[in-house]
Ligand binder design. Sequence first.
Ligand SMILES: [Zn+2]
Length: 105
Amino acid sequence: MALIECPSCQKRISSKAKECSHCRAKTDGDNESVRIISHIQQSNKLMTHSFVFLTLFIAGVVIWFWGGETATGLQSQIATGCFVFGFVGYTITRARIVLHKRKSV
Ligand SMILES: [Zn+2]
């Protein structure tokens, strides 16, 4: 549990407290460090998502060309599935990262 300064009276209070124990000022939505931490956590989550989708995308390409020949039948369906899902997911996640970065901390 971290200690932060109350935005109104500057006394030390818990970062988890919804209001200051000294002056009863609401800390909700006005808590700088908690906001920054959640922003970073969201960034990390999006980075993980984009990495997973990119891996899926590459897996699709690898499956497609597995064995040196172009895939046929079930193999091509799995490859296309990974490829398309990975590509779409990656594009969406990249867009979300850009939007997330634009949002001021
Ligand atoms: Zn206070």
